[in-house]
Design a protein. Structure first.
Length: 571
């Protein structure tokens, strides 16, 4: 029966070709086919049929193998480089040198990581007798008062976006009411279910969603990005029949998309940005689109440089090629909806733009809610349906969950809702006005300092600076010694400051500008000296062609998060 269908299909193809060509061309086509057949038969004359069959099978297997080698989630060029670097690292001298440098990094990172905790008990096992409520609170207070930077004085980039005694009381009270609640059981906690639904709708309205707009509350921006990718991957596979879905993103898009690609086995294509504006290069994005593209990404703003990608142009591409477009507003999601009312106009970036199909925004940043709250929105339920996970054949019953987690903490959801209600639109407008005005003031001041330059056109709350004269990581190190912790960037080398509630004071900004101006002037006196310490390591890492080595060092850092140096005073 299969042979009959195959013959029918082949006949249909030939008939289609003949139908689409003129009658005069039919004879010519048949003559060409006949000549090709005769030449092939003549050349294969005298060869045993078994050899012909074997060669055909071998060629087919070889072709399939070659296609599998070429078309994988990781590009062929990357796999080739990785293979070569793997061989090089097996050379004894190279292997020994890498091990030596890795051990140095391990010791340095662990020493730095544990430096602030030397006076803590360093427990390795449970105490035989419980400490009781008061004792546990006393110990928690001791541990949590250990800090590395005085973040309440505006010394940090991002990290903690707001804090006050009033907000702490609000969080403590509401979290206490919801600490043991779980959205996995809406029948047990119906009020919490309603709270989550209200958060989604309130945020959807901020981004001008229609009545069809929907979404979920997740634990963080990265989870929102992973779930957006899952939704569009599954939509591409189930609805559009794409076998190897891949996303197309600017190189400045958050690394959460890389994590999503790895976890979900998706392809990922990265396109460059305009070096002047640091916005997505639209010509490059257009060229990167293929029949496998399942989503396009724009950032509003980007984490590294605070620039907003051309959302409207990317959405036009999405409409033209029928590809969903995700706007990652995790960082600035509780600033950009309020900036127009605060006096700072932006180009449309939300559901007002036809073609935008999803948006992620984090209330736990500029929404000032406690950590553990992000919102993922979709323009239509058909996309959110693909985000959900459902297992229908489990002996434990039908299992369905809206996000990655099964059981979820109700506390962060409830405190997110309460904090949003506490601020309201006017509170967030006022916050946006103060933070964005200080960011613009800082940008203007940095542009006047000889020896550094501002990257791109920052539009929200992040200002990134680099230098063509000296190692910018020296400036980062010097600023840290003065109490200001800028975040390091790479490709190109730069550092940035994400302004928060703690930078609303003119006194903080004035001091920061003066410190940067003084340190830059000092560095210009001796610009050729490279950075040292951890700043030097970060700068040198960009020159290492084998990125797996940098990955190994990063894993050393991650392992150090769980290190305890000594077992002293163990109770």
């Amino acid at each position: 029966m299969e042979n009959v269908f195959s013959l029918f299909a082949l006949t249909s193809v030939i008939a289609t070709i003949l139908t689409l060509t003129s009658p005069m061309a039919h004879t010519e086509i048949l003559e060409v086919i006949s000549k090709v057949r005769n030449v092939a038969n003549e050349g294969l004359k005298g060869i045993e049929p078994v050899l012909l069959v074997s060669a055909s099978v071998a060629a087919s297997i070889g072709a399939l193998w070659l296609l599998d080698v070429i078309y994988q989630d990781e590009p062929l060029t990357s796999r080739t480089k990785r293979f070569i670097f793997t061989l090089v690292k097996k050379i004894p001298q190279v292997k020994a040198k890498i091990k030596e440098e890795t051990m140095k990094a391990k010791e340095s990172i662990e020493e730095e990581m544990n430096a602030c905790c030397k006076e803590l008990p360093q427990r390795l096992s449970l105490p035989e007798e419980g400490l009781g409520t008061e004792g546990a609170i006393a110990e928690a207070t001791k541990y949590l008062k250990v800090i590395g930077y005085d973040w309440e004085k505006g010394c940090l980039s991002g990290t903690v976006y707001n804090h006050s005694e009033e907000l702490s009381k609000l969080a403590e009270k509401v979290y206490g009411l919801s600490a043991y609640s779980n959205p996995l059981h809406p029948d047990v906690f119906p009020g919490l279910r309603n709270i989550e639904a209200e958060i989604v709708q309130m945020v959807a309205r901020l981004f001008n969603g229609t009545n069809e707009a929907c979404g979920t509350v997740t634990s963080c921006g990265t989870e929102s990005l992973v779930l957006a990718c899952k939704a569009f991957r599954d939509y591409a596979m189930h609805v559009k029949g794409i076998r190897r879905p891949e996303m197309v993103i600017p190189v400045t898009a958050h690394a959460g998309f890389d994590k999503a690609a790895e976890l979900l086995r998706m392809g990922i294509k990265k396109v460059p940005v305009d070096p002047a504006t640091m916005q997505c290069n639209m010509r490059a994005m257009r060229r990167a689109i293929s029949r496998n593209t399942c989503m396009l990404v724009a950032s509003a703003p980007t984490f590294p440089h605070g620039c907003i990608d051309p959302v409207q142009e990317i959405a036009q591409l999405g409409l033209k090629y029928d590809i969903p477009v995700h706007v990652d507003a995790c960082l600035g999601g509780f600033l950009i909806p309020f900036m127009a009312q605060a006096g700072y106009d932006l180009k449309p970036f939300d559901f007002r733009v036809k073609g935008v199909t999803s948006i992620s925004a984090d209330p736990h940043k500029y929404g000032f809610t406690p950590k553990g709250a992000s919102v993922l929105l979709f323009s239509h339920p058909k996309y959110r349906d693909e985000q959900f996970f459902v297992a229908t054949d489990w002996p434990g019953g039908i299992y369905a969950s809206p996000t990655i987690a099964g059981s979820r903490a109700g506390g962060p959801i409830a405190t997110c809702w309460a904090t949003m209600l506490r601020y309201g639109v006017n509170g967030y407008v006022e916050s946006a006005r103060k933070i964005v005005s200080q960011a613009r003031r800082l940008e203007a001041a940095f542009r006047q300092i000889e020896g550094i330059h501002v990257l791109g056109v920052p539009e929200v709350s992040v200002v990134a600076i680099g230098s063509d004269v000296f190692d910018i990581y020296r400036l980062q190190s010097n600023l840290a010694s003065k109490g200001f912790k800028f975040a390091p960037l790479q490709f190109p080398a730069a550092i940035h400051l994400a302004l928060t509630h703690f930078h609303k004071s003119d006194e903080v900004i004035d001091r920061l500008i003066d410190v940067v101006r003084t340190e830059v002037k000092e560095l210009l006196n001796d610009p050729d000296v490279p950075a040292t310490g951890s700043a030097g390591i970060y700068g040198s890492s960009q020159k290492v062609p084998d990125r797996s080595i940098i990955g190994d060092i990063a894993k050393v850092y991650l392992n150090a998060l769980y290190s305890i140096k000594e077992d002293k005073n163990e109770n």
